[in-house]
Design a protein around this ligand. Structure first.
Ligand code: LLP
Length: 425
């Protein structure tokens, strides 16, 4: 068996042929709470965060967890307790932060399409900074702030036109993307921001994409960003903080992204050489904090041999795990209990009525109907992107800490899924 380096190891590992998340046997959790079931390791999240903290040791750093990766309240609570702020992209996410006991004063608000109502809500909550993504947004935000009798702290998201070399749907820092203000327009945008009565310039930021596994795109974007900081400050507009966004990738399938501390060691070599090492820094990591801290346990309903393909039909589906259908993403799939069953090659698919409802293709698995599989690297962009398609309730979630396990989300019932619907009169 080549289970030695499971994504999520060492906290997700086999002991005596049974898969464990920290001190909890995954089969026991599934028995107790049913499937599909998301299970998260607290230790894995703590370690992922520590890698960033090491990388920034001795620096002024504010970490804003990009909660879109996984916005379950208990996870937000965990990061808030570790001192993190949050990168939000909607008024709904702000409400989640507050519901989880997070501090709005540590929140930054990204996104290309903030509504006036969301701007007002965030101003009233007293967030740290708006990451503004267009010149039009500057005008509207200023208007809303003036009407509220206040000023909005702003950072402009620069589109550095750098190729992050990742999937096109999650690449955001190229000219053709909808995100940020073009590099060439940035100085003019800052001059406008400084002149508007409702704005207060506090920072600058970029975010070039997600699941980035190389250092070079970050180095290139950093160089371009620092060029801009020099220009903007030379024009008399001080930049208090520099925000490098998120984007660091994880190991899904033998990917080898740099560890967060290694990435930052390399970036600081450049930043220090350019004389910016003493600045206030911010980052917005999402996936790299939670992705490999989670798995999704699913039960095998049927094995369906075919002429061209063998199907392994499981009780999790594209509504629980949308990444394969959306991005042809790879998630490792392993048995929860290693058995002597002969291995066969299967397409692992869910019950949803779409051919796009697959979770893994051509996987060699020793499994039988009634057995359970774990879909790995499922901590990020799975539950937060899940849906009720086919009137499937969202899965339950369990957070493990050592030998303790706690349900942090109850399984949704069908009634939950149509609670807000109204029959005709
Ligand atoms: N900051 C901003 C402004 C972002 O748009 C994102 C992610 C992040 C931070 C966090 O990026 P991360 O560290 O997680 O890479 N659903 C896709 C990923 C979409 C990422 C969107 N933006 C997926 O499942 O791969």
């Amino acid at each position: 068996m080549t289970f030695l380096s499971l994504p999520g190891a060492p906290h997700i590992a086999y002991h005596d042929n049974a898969l464990y998340v920290e001190g909890q046997r995954v089969d026991d959790l599934a028995e107790q709470h049913g499937t599909p079931l998301f299970v998260y390791s607290t230790a894995a999240m703590r370690e992922a965060l520590a890698a960033y903290q090491r990388g920034f040791a001795g620096r002024k750093l504010h970490i804003c967890y990009a909660m879109k990766a996984n916005s379950s309240l208990a996870l937000l609570q965990f990061f808030a307790r570790q001192g993190c702020g949050f990168d939000i992209v909607s008024g709904g996410e702000l409400e989640r932060v507050i519901a989880a006991g997070g501090d709005p004063a540590k929140v930054i608000f990204s996104g290309v399409g903030k509504t006036r109502a969301e701007m007002r809500q965030a101003l009233r909550a007293g967030i740290l900074c708006f990451n503004v993504e267009s010149e039009a947004e500057l005008e509207v935000l200023s208007e809303v702030a003036v009407a509220e009798g206040t000023t909005a702290p702003v950072s402009i998201r620069v589109n550095p036109n750098v190729d992050p070399k990742t999937h096109p749907y999650i690449s955001t820092g190229l000219k053709g993307n909808k995100f940020g203000v073009a590099h060439e327009r940035t100085l003019a945008a800052y001059q406008r921001a400084a002149a508007l009565p409702g704005l207060r310039v506090v920072g600058i930021d970029f975010h070039i994409g997600s699941q980035i596994t190389e250092v070079t795109p970050y180095l290139d974007a950093t160089d371009r960003l620092l060029d801009l900081v020099e220009q903007i400050e030379a024009a008399g507009i001080p930049i208090h903080h520099i925000d490098f966004g998120g984007g660091l990738g994880i190991n899904y399938n033998g990917d080898t992204p740099p560890a967060a501390d290694v990435l930052w060691q390399q970036l600081f070599a450049r930043i220090d050489a350019r004389g910016f090492g003493g600045r206030q820094f911010m980052i917005e990591p999402g996936r790299s904090l939670v992705g490999n801290a989670g798995l999704c346990v699913t039960e095998v309903l049927f094995l369906k041999p075919g002429e061209e393909k063998n199907f392994c039909i499981v009780d999790a589906a594209m509504n629980d795990l949308p990444r394969p259908a959306m991005y042809q993403a790879f998630h490792a799939i392993v048995p929860v209990q290693v058995s002597n069953t002969a291995a066969q090659v299967y397409d692992v698919v869910g019950p949803v009525c779409e051919s796009g409802d697959w979770i893994g293709r051509d996987r060699n698995l020793a499994i039988h109907a009634g057995g359970r599989l774990a879909v790995l690297s499922a901590g990020a962009y799975c539950m937060s992107m899940s849906s009720n398609y086919n009137t499937r309730g969202r899965a339950a979630e369990v957070l493990v800490d050592g030998t303790k396990a706690q349900v942090i989300r109850q399984r949704e019932t069908a009634a939950d899924t149509f609670r807000n619907e109204i029959l005709m009169k």
